[in-house]
Write a protein that binds this ligand. Structure first.
Ligand SMILES: [Zn+2]
Length: 541
């Protein structure tokens, strides 16, 4: 049915992506991530630099007993060193020792004259020989060999250090050598020749020129592209490479990597496949893109940035009142693609810019519809929450606010008054106690108190202690995590506000998050905690 060009996805999150400072992933998370990538349809995953560190050794061991489906695993290594025998070369030995589980070798080869002469300190002939012997040795041993031509874009565009242009004579020599290397690799039938924009300095026009030049000159060659985002052009460069005939795009799922990162693969896949410009994964799998991205961010311990193209929460959302109003009349008017195709839903957000239209729309979509007068009442009653992003952080709290306006929230309990004691002495012994008066149902006023490790903990425990007696189902819910963010919600005075978001969970239920905004952190936390309990009681009514 489809005529879109078929392009392979090569993920290097666990090799090049790991060059980003402060990035970490546990072995079980890495294995699970590889399994999810495979399920989505990623063709190759590079799992590390041959023998470089303990992580690679541990991961390859863990993979021995893990099923990663049809996706091919790859190890990255160098061609043999000058003056060594390829059989004795440690990278080749490591790759060979894992070939049963990791059947692909990616060899990095310097392709620019400057780097061979200055960094590698070898002759041009020796570099060709080093490449030829290493490729041959690995191929003879049954491995699929890909080559990464380091600095290929710079070699082809005549660039030297800091992206400066070389003199024309040197440029011509460098390009001539690049072609000798390419011809040699094609003669050896390497599986893919990957053109690297190692510095991230290329432009889409240059990528178009280089890749289309290569595909025309070497019809037997299969070229890939490996880009970086130093100029903010990584995705555009990858797209240009696809249009010019590249059959493989290398990058990292989340755009992680050295300096400004590798090409973000979720953006490349989503932006091109949604428009029919290329087909990276079977069409039915595309609906798993948002889930894959979120689990990948989770595996590395990151939050998905709000504005990540295609996979961020903001990607298919509108917080602007005028847009919300148009979306209501004409769904999709402000979206470039149907979010359902990547497994996402349109988000109607309510914040300081939204106005009534978004409140009407969101309340309706959450099953607690308001009319115009009620929407105004909600706006009036929740100014700090709206301006402080409380309803952006939590649709649960927004829905509860709607129910309060229409009188649809059962009167299970309310907080009449509360107090937190938070003391520490000279030996740093800390004592935190929360006490509160709760109205249960219509009448009973009860006092409850509890100690905790901090105010949020103590407030939750105090509330739970009493509510459990009246509503036993409370025993099944647990406090998850909470976060506090300082915000200045008022342009008219200098009061600083804080937004507290609290997540809760219970076995067999989706976790839920609530939010509170106040000039007082404990008050904000209490708002979120109250909503957390109300939501659970509603779910279990
Ligand atoms: Zn790279």
């Amino acid at each position: 049915m489809t005529s879109a060009r078929q392009v392979e996805i090569f993920d290097t999150s666990l090799r090049d992506g790991m060059q980003q400072p402060n990035i970490e992933i546990s072995i079980p998370n890495a294995v699970a991530l590889l399994q999810r990538m495979s399920g989505f349809g990623v063709h190759y995953a590079e799992i590390g630099f041959a023998g470089a560190n303990q992580f690679v050794a541990d991961l390859t061991r863990a993979l021995d007993s893990a099923d990663t489906g049809a996706m091919k695993l790859a190890l990255f290594g160098r061609t043999r060193g000058r003056g060594t025998r390829v059989q004795d070369w440690p990278d080749a030995q490591f790759i060979l020792s894992h070939k049963a589980r990791v059947p692909v070798a990616v060899l990095v080869i310097k392709s620019r004259l400057l780097d061979i002469e200055r960094s590698l300190e070898t002759t041009l002939e020796e570099n060709l020989l080093m490449a030829r012997e290493t490729i041959d040795y690995l191929q003879q041993s049954g491995l699929e060999v890909l080559v990464d031509f380091e600095h290929a874009m710079d070699a082809c565009c005549g660039r030297r250090e800091n992206g400066e242009l070389c003199d024309p004579v040197y440029r011509a020599r460098s390009l001539d050598y690049f072609h000798q290397l390419t011809e040699q690799c094609i003669a050896q039938r390497v599986h893919r020749i990957v053109i690297c924009d190692t510095t991230g300095g290329a432009s889409p026009e240059e990528v178009t020129q280089v890749i289309s030049g290569l595909t025309q000159r070497y019809p037997d060659g299969r070229f890939g592209f490996h880009g970086h985002t130093d100029r903010g052009l990584g995705v555009a460069n990858a797209r240009a490479a696809v249009f010019a005939g590249a059959v493989q795009i290398q990058g990292t799922l989340l755009g992680t990597g050295e300096r400004c990162g590798n090409v973000n693969l979720t953006t490349v896949i989503g932006s091109m496949q949604l428009r029919g410009e290329a087909e990276f994964v079977p069409p039915a799998n595309l609906a798993g893109l948002t889930r894959l991205a979120h689990s990948a961010f989770g595996a590395f311990g990151f939050e998905v940035p709000h504005s990540s193209p295609i996979v961020g929460r903001g990607a298919f959302g509108t917080w602007a009142g005028m847009h919300g109003s148009s979306e209501r009349k004409n769904p999709g008017a402000y979206l470039w693609s149907d979010p359902a195709r990547v497994g996402a839903s349109p988000v109607i957000g309510v914040n300081g810019q939204s106005g009534k239209a978004n409140i009407l729309l969101l309340s309706e979509s959450l099953g607690a519809p308001l009319d115009s007068t009620q929407a105004q009442a909600l706006l009036d009653a929740n100014q700090p929450m709206i301006e402080g992003g409380g309803f952006t952080s939590s649709e649960v709290s927004f829905r509860l606010a709607c129910l309060r306006i229409v009188g649809g929230l059962p009167n299970r309990f309310s907080v009449k008054s509360w107090r937190v004691i938070d003391e520490s002495d000279e030996t740093r012994n800390r004592y935190v106690q929360a006490s509160m008066q709760l109205t249960i149902g219509d009448a009973s006023v009860i006092t409850t108190r509890a100690e905790g490790s901090g105010p949020v903990d103590a407030l939750t425990k105090a509330m739970r202690r009493e509510l459990e007696k009246w509503y036993p189902v409370i025993a099944k819910m647990r406090l998850g995590t909470f976060s506090v963010k300082a915000i200045d919600v008022s342009a008219h005075d200098t009061a600083a506000y804080v937004r507290v978001t609290v997540s809760f969970n219970a076995d067999g239920h989706q976790p839920w998050t609530t939010a509170g905004v106040s000039s007082d952190m404990n008050q904000a936390a209490l708002m979120a905690i109250e909503d957390g309990f109300h939501h659970w009681l509603l779910v279990n009514k």
